[in-house]
Design a protein around this ligand. Structure first.
Ligand code: THU
Length: 170
């Protein structure tokens, strides 16, 4: 797509669209997603976030039925810390290299205020999840929310990261 843009001599505008589904609350989602999100809530409790006080939990459902959870792990040397989504996905990749990732549920919240808006995964986590979606050639459903309130569903990671940098350019 980038090549098409750059090689076209005439300037043109490209519109990129993403479709997301917004649910008013968790109860509107199917039972398996509620259970996955509840595991993300539980994982959030073990976040180690003494610096930001922002706790994130992620739960990943694999095609073999396993659920892998992760939370953010911070460090006095700030950049050495890691987000919940990458903690979970790298663990999944290291323990179950042949399993496909079907769904990821993410919940985030601060100890200083209640987040009721959906908190999307950061750019670095989107890039990490994209790697696995491309590797497995099957979409990963992403669900994210704050501590309560609206839940957003994206039917794939690609939807959250247009113009992804991937292995095809290497
Ligand atoms: N964080 C995550 O765990 N996931 C994200 O997608 C965004 C941010 C963590 C990193 C850091 O420990 C804290 O939230 C504040 O940025």
């Amino acid at each position: 797509m980038i090549n098409n843009i750059l090689h076209n001599r005439v300037m043109k505008e490209v519109i990129i669209e993403s479709k997301l589904i917004v649910y008013e609350n968790l109860e509107q989602l199917p039972e398996d997603i509620i259970m996955l999100m509840e595991k993300a809530f539980k994982a959030r409790e073990n976040a180690y976030a003494p610096y930001s006080k922002f706790h994130v939990g992620a739960a990943i459902l694999l095609d073999n039925g396993e659920v892998i959870t992760g939370n953010n792990q911070e460090n006095a040397s700030y950049p050495s810390g890691l987000c919940a989504e990458r903690t979970a996905i790298y663990y999944a990749g290291s323990q179950y290299p042949d399993a496909k990732i079907n769904k990821i549920a993410i919940s985030a919240g601060s100890t200083s205020k209640i987040n009721t808006e959906p908190i999307p995964p950061c750019g670095a986590c989107r890039q990490a999840i994209a790697e696995y979606e491309i590797k497995q050639k099957e979409s990963i459903e992403i669900y994210f929310m704050g501590e309560k309130g609206n839940v957003i569903k994206s039917h794939s990671l690609a939807n959250l990261l247009p113009l992804v940098f991937d292995k095809t350019v290497l």
